[in-house]
Design a protein around this ligand. Structure first.
Ligand SMILES: [Zn+2]
Length: 100
Protein backbone atom coordinates (compact mmCIF):
# COMPACT_ATOMS: atom_id res chain seq x y z
CA UNK A 1 0.00 0.00 0.00
CA UNK A 2 1.35 3.38 -1.00
CA UNK A 3 2.09 5.97 1.60
CA UNK A 4 -0.92 8.10 2.48
CA UNK A 5 0.91 11.31 1.59
CA UNK A 6 1.30 10.13 -1.99
CA UNK A 7 -2.41 9.72 -2.57
CA UNK A 8 -4.01 12.14 -4.95
CA UNK A 9 -6.65 14.35 -3.40
CA UNK A 10 -9.09 16.80 -4.93
CA UNK A 11 -9.70 20.30 -3.57
CA UNK A 12 -13.33 20.71 -2.47
CA UNK A 13 -13.24 24.34 -3.51
CA UNK A 14 -12.16 23.98 -7.14
CA UNK A 15 -11.55 20.24 -7.74
CA UNK A 16 -7.86 20.75 -8.42
CA UNK A 17 -6.06 17.41 -8.01
CA UNK A 18 -2.58 16.87 -6.62
CA UNK A 19 -0.86 14.77 -3.96
CA UNK A 20 -1.77 15.30 -0.33
CA UNK A 21 1.78 16.33 0.45
CA UNK A 22 1.66 18.93 -2.34
CA UNK A 23 -1.45 20.46 -0.79
CA UNK A 24 0.47 20.59 2.47
CA UNK A 25 3.57 22.09 0.87
CA UNK A 26 1.98 24.54 -1.56
CA UNK A 27 -1.70 24.72 -0.78
CA UNK A 28 -4.27 24.88 -3.57
CA UNK A 29 -3.16 27.09 -6.48
CA UNK A 30 -6.71 28.46 -6.83
CA UNK A 31 -8.06 28.59 -3.29
CA UNK A 32 -5.08 28.95 -0.98
CA UNK A 33 -5.98 32.52 -0.06
CA UNK A 34 -9.27 31.27 1.37
CA UNK A 35 -8.60 27.70 2.42
CA UNK A 36 -5.10 28.25 3.89
CA UNK A 37 -3.99 24.63 3.68
CA UNK A 38 -0.26 25.27 3.51
CA UNK A 39 1.68 23.53 6.31
CA UNK A 40 -1.63 22.46 7.87
CA UNK A 41 -2.34 18.78 7.41
CA UNK A 42 -5.68 18.94 9.26
CA UNK A 43 -6.87 21.70 6.97
CA UNK A 44 -5.78 19.69 3.90
CA UNK A 45 -7.89 16.78 5.15
CA UNK A 46 -10.89 19.06 5.73
CA UNK A 47 -10.66 20.92 2.42
CA UNK A 48 -9.73 18.08 0.06
CA UNK A 49 -11.06 14.61 -0.60
CA UNK A 50 -9.69 11.35 -1.91
CA UNK A 51 -13.24 10.47 -2.95
CA UNK A 52 -13.62 11.82 -6.47
CA UNK A 53 -14.58 10.61 -9.93
CA UNK A 54 -12.72 11.11 -13.17
CA UNK A 55 -9.78 13.31 -14.01
CA UNK A 56 -9.50 15.99 -16.67
CA UNK A 57 -6.35 17.81 -17.68
CA UNK A 58 -6.85 21.53 -18.04
CA UNK A 59 -4.20 22.94 -20.36
CA UNK A 60 -5.40 26.33 -21.59
CA UNK A 61 -8.21 27.44 -19.31
CA UNK A 62 -9.35 30.33 -21.50
CA UNK A 63 -9.83 28.20 -24.61
CA UNK A 64 -10.90 24.82 -23.35
CA UNK A 65 -14.42 23.55 -23.84
CA UNK A 66 -13.79 21.46 -20.76
CA UNK A 67 -13.20 24.66 -18.84
CA UNK A 68 -16.53 26.07 -19.99
CA UNK A 69 -18.29 22.84 -19.19
CA UNK A 70 -16.75 22.71 -15.74
CA UNK A 71 -16.93 26.49 -15.24
CA UNK A 72 -13.27 26.65 -14.43
CA UNK A 73 -12.19 29.38 -16.86
CA UNK A 74 -10.17 31.26 -14.28
CA UNK A 75 -8.32 28.33 -12.82
CA UNK A 76 -4.70 27.37 -13.21
CA UNK A 77 -3.80 24.64 -15.71
CA UNK A 78 -3.49 21.21 -14.16
CA UNK A 79 -5.45 18.14 -13.26
CA UNK A 80 -9.04 18.43 -12.07
CA UNK A 81 -11.62 15.95 -10.84
CA UNK A 82 -14.89 15.73 -12.76
CA UNK A 83 -16.86 15.16 -9.58
CA UNK A 84 -15.99 15.32 -5.89
CA UNK A 85 -17.77 13.81 -2.91
CA UNK A 86 -18.14 15.95 0.18
CA UNK A 87 -18.32 19.64 0.98
CA UNK A 88 -16.14 22.30 2.45
CA UNK A 89 -16.82 23.23 6.07
CA UNK A 90 -19.68 25.75 6.22
CA UNK A 91 -17.56 28.75 7.17
CA UNK A 92 -15.21 28.13 4.26
CA UNK A 93 -18.09 27.68 1.81
CA UNK A 94 -19.30 31.14 2.79
CA UNK A 95 -15.84 32.61 2.31
CA UNK A 96 -15.62 31.02 -1.15
CA UNK A 97 -18.98 32.53 -2.12
CA UNK A 98 -18.06 35.89 -0.65
CA UNK A 99 -15.51 36.39 -3.39
CA UNK A 100 -13.04 38.47 -1.37
ZN1 LIG B 1 -8.93 24.69 -4.71
Amino acid sequence: MASRADHLRSCLGCKFVQRAKEFTQRGCPNCEAILEMMQDTDQVIRCTTSNYDGLIALIKPEESWVAKWQRIEKRVPGLYAVKTEGNLPQDLQERMRGGG
